[in-house]
Design a binder for this molecule. Structure first.
Ligand code: MN
Length: 429
């Protein structure tokens, strides 16, 4: 068994499902909601290799009744994770252990006929949003990102504002526009002009932000410590915070981003359980000044998760070219931990609730290629990227496809991935 995990992350575990996509070994088992060919109702599923295991089919057949009892159908038989999110970490672990046991190579009791119906190739299903999103908060936890953005948006002023090192800066985003769709529509909004009179037009500066989001269960009313807040986290998914930089630059003072962000936020298709991520915990960054007592970081509050962004133009897609990788970042570099972010949210007495989404903010690192957004990568378009089709990009163009991937690695654990978050930009006529 792994020193930091439970039996479900044991490196010796093997599955009877044919090996496929390395993102999804049996040690991962991320949750999603799939719509199967010819159906309309989503089913809960876990990703395993190239397949999705349809938990709805299994739960309704009574597969998990022996270990989960009547809970099995309630928690896994519905179209979303809502019922499971409403429970606590003890239940989440029982459910994960039951699914892990079902998929283990040494489990003799797998009923072949049901298994055949429950196992479907992921390329044959569509992922939909697997939860009813409650609150959505976007943080700003990367020191490098906050510094880069400060330099670009407030030239000549202090790039990092004085509050930044004392509290995890964030804003409440728009929960109702979080989706798992594969397109993003270019928004219209107000853009400043030299005349002083803004125009209402389609954004010229559509951008992405590479982020990780944690999805929570219920917590008692705050305040709670960062250590306690960790147990509130159900899982982590990729998240793309689409951003219209020209709209943002005009609107964001004094209350922060508003319509430049609220038009769409894409959640990755698979939510990796916090228990699957245990082996990838790391000591978090040294914080200077030390945080106030109510924001002291949990132990090993960072995660070694490498994430990347890739771009493909319409021409590259038409030719079948592979995407160009334009950024690589590591969540280990984030300054504020998940526990600190949640402790901060709850520090005024607010309750963290099941189905809340708390995003990290753009993950950036020290080097230019570690810029987790195009505004950083191209220095607000002044240093455009060259794509392999010979064209350049200051910001996203219609027809461009953005793909995020992420993987957690450790020499003593089986690496796990988050699948791919992939969306194409469409214009609005
Ligand atoms: Mn963001």
């Amino acid at each position: 068994m792994h020193a930091h995990g439970d039996a479900t992350t044991d490196t010796a575990l093997a599955t009877w499902v044919p090996i496929g996509d390395a993102d999804f070994p049996i040690q991962n088992l991320p949750y999603g909601a799939i719509v199967r060919d010819g159906e309309t109702e989503p089913h809960l599923a876990v990703a395993i290799g190239d397949h999705a295991l349809d938990l709805g089919v299994l739960a309704r057949e009574g597969t998990f009744d022996d270990v989960l009892g009547a809970d099995a159908r309630t928690l896994l038989g519905g179209p979303s994770l809502d019922a499971l999110l409403a429970r606590d970490r003890t239940t989440w672990r029982r459910v994960r252990a039951a699914i892990s046991r079902y998929l283990r190579a040494d489990t003799p009791a797998v009923r072949r006929e049901i298994s055949t119906r429950a196992l479907v190739l992921r390329r044959d299903v569509r992922n939909v949003l697997p939860l009813t999103v409650g609150a959505y908060v976007d943080f700003y936890a990367s020191l490098e990102h906050a510094t880069n953005l400060g330099r670009i948006l407030r030239p000549g002023e202090e790039s990092l504002l004085p509050n930044w090192r004392w509290l995890p800066i964030g804003y409440h985003g728009r929960a109702s526009t979080i989706h798992c769709e594969t397109v993003v529509r270019r928004p219209h909004g107000q853009i400043a002009r030299a005349s002083g009179v803004p125009q209402y037009a389609a954004t010229h500066k559509l951008d992405y932000e590479i982020e990780l989001a944690c999805i929570t269960g219920d917590a008692s009313a705050g305040p709670i410590t960062a250590e306690r807040a960790r147990d509130t986290v159900f899982g982590v998914a990729l998240l793309c915070d689409w951003s219209a930089r020209d709209l943002q630059a005009w609107e964001y003072r004094p209350l922060g981003p508003f319509l430049s962000k609220s038009f769409a936020t894409t959640l990755g298709p698979w939510i990796v359980s916090i228990d699957a991520l245990e082996p990838f915990r790391r000591a978090s960054r040294v914080q200077e000044p030390p945080p106030l007592p109510h924001l002291v970081a949990e132990s090993r509050g960072a995660f070694d998760i490498v994430a990347s962004a890739s771009l493909r133009s319409a021409a590259m897609i038409a030719r079948g070219d592979v995407p160009d990788r334009v950024a690589e970042v590591n969540a280990r570099d984030l300054y504020w931990t998940i526990g600190q972010q949640l402790a901060h949210v709850a520090s005024n007495g607010t309750r963290i609730r099941a189905g809340d989404v708390y995003a990290s903010g753009t993950i950036s690192g020290r080097e230019p290629e570690n810029g987790g957004s195009l505004i950083e990568r191209t220095r607000d378009g002044t240093a455009p990227l060259r794509l392999s089709d010979g064209t350049t990009r200051a910001y996203l163009e219609d027809g461009d496809e953005v793909t995020f991937r992420a993987q957690a690695r450790d020499s003593h654990a089986v690496a796990i991935g988050f699948g791919s978050l992939c969306a194409r930009v469409v214009g609005r006529s």
